[in-house]
Design a protein around this ligand. Structure first.
Ligand code: PLP
Length: 392
């Protein structure tokens, strides 16, 4: 069948292809150490599972309102306000089947063809895919090595603005680097967005995955609440990746458009899962606390092992569940220049499966160091120990 021309602009998330490759390698009888995907092998807390079960038995198995059930919209607005000092109400919240759908819906709602959109590279690959699919021009800005972690390259961001720039996509507590900006840096980004009158997608998928201190939202700075849509997800904090539940939170006019797109695309998000999500927000919080403890232990183990391997150096990010080590010398030592040959060689020789820098966008001009991304959300401590030990 002839495929429509616009599909040539639709990208993909190549981490899922790596996942398929690793599955095939395991199916052939090999041990795989799965560091490739930001999925989780930690079970959703029992109180949330029980709430979904009870909701199903109580008949919450039909369609829900297209922007979400009022109890969840309200609970989420309250939760977000508590953590971000904002003043959202239920009307500012449109429940979605996951956080990912917020990206394309935000872009459809506010971007016109030909608009330029600033997006992070290295970054979540769906941004570039969706910008280009809907006819925008994707303009990357970088994250660069800093003293203790990667940091946003603010100079590059400022230099990338033109008279056609309309949108900024911002993902602090960043995938893949784990970078987070200081309050001062966030303030500068907020001033920049106001100065250039940009609409902003605040992808806060990892807002609650932090190991000490408090996350600060870009949306909380002056002039931001009216131009910002927050991408919220239940996936990571509550280990609910496969349940598919998230939300777009922002100005009512944009949220209404996003909910109308929902009505066209999927009618609504799953009803009994929304009831369970109210329990996630308002019920016992020992589950998410435990999840963070497990993740922190894995992070420390992973960073310590990586830094003990000659040719690898790795920051200790305070947030997200990714490590983004510099493997330039290791690749050189093993005689590799090409990311894909290196990745496949490691997978086939050791079973260690990871993504490389190129799964998060094209390398930027002047970028010389080589990086890989290791997700520790889906692999237990003993396998982290064994797997990373094989990278030597
Ligand atoms: N944004 C970022 C930066 C992510 O890394 C992810 C998932 O890995 C998402 C959004 C979407 O997550 P979900 O659709 O599971 O909510």
């Amino acid at each position: 069948m002839k495929i429509a021309e616009r599909i040539s602009n639709l990208g993909t998330e190549t981490a899922f292809a790596v996942s398929g490759e690793a599955r095939a390698f395991a199916a052939a009888g090999n041990t795989v150490y799965p560091f490739h995907l930001g999925d989780m092998n930690i079970r959703t807390p029992d109180n949330i599972i029980n709430a979904a079960h009870q909701a199903m038995l109580a008949g919450k198995t039909g369609y829900a309102p297209n922007a979400g059930i009022p109890e969840l919209r309200e609970a989420l607005a309250e939760d977000v306000n508590r953590a971000r000092g904002s003043s959202y109400t239920a009307a500012n919240v449109a429940i979605q089947p996951g956080g990912k759908p917020v990206i394309g819906k935000f872009i459809q709602a506010v971007m016109n063809p030909g608009d330029e959109v600033l997006y992070p590279n290295p970054g979540y690959p769906i941004y570039e895919s969706q910008i280009e699919y809907y006819g925008g021009r994707a303009v990357p800005y970088g994250y660069v090595p800093g003293d203790e972690n990667f940091r946003l390259d603010f100079d590059a961001l400022e230099k990338s603005v033109t008279t056609k720039t309309r949108l900024l996509i911002f993902n602090d507590l960043q995938n893949p680097t784990g970078a987070e900006s200081s309050r001062e840096e966030l303030e500068a980004v907020a001033r920049f967005a106001v100065k250039h009158d940009l609409k902003v997608l605040c992808d806060e998928a990892y807002f609650d995955i932090r190991y000490g201190g408090e996350s600060v939202s870009l949306s909380s700075f002056p002039g931001m609440e009216e131009r910002c849509v927050i991408l919220y997800t239940f996936s990571k904090k509550f280990a609910m990746t496969g349940w598919r539940l998230g939300a777009a939170i922002g100005p009512v006019d944009i949220i209404d458009v996003i909910a109308r797109i929902n009505l066209n695309d999927e009618s609504c998000s799953n009803h009994f899962i929304q009831v369970a999500a109210v329990e996630a927000l308002k019920g016992d919080q020992s589950g998410p606390r435990k999840i963070l403890e497990v993740l922190k232990e894995r992070r420390d183990l992973g960073v310590d092992i990586l830094n003990s391997i000659p040719g690898i150096s790795c920051y200790r990010p305070n947030a997200s569940f990714y490590l983004y080590p510099d493997v330039t010398e290791l690749m050189e030592k093993k005689g590799f220049d090409n990311y894909e040959t290196f990745r496949k060689d490691v997978l086939h020789k050791t079973g260690v499966s990871f993504c490389t820098r190129l799964h998060f966008g094209r390398a930027l001009p002047g970028e010389e160091r080589k990086y890989i991304r290791l997700a520790y959300s889906g692999i237990d401590a003993d396998l982290i120990r064994k797997g990373l030990g094989l990278l030597k």
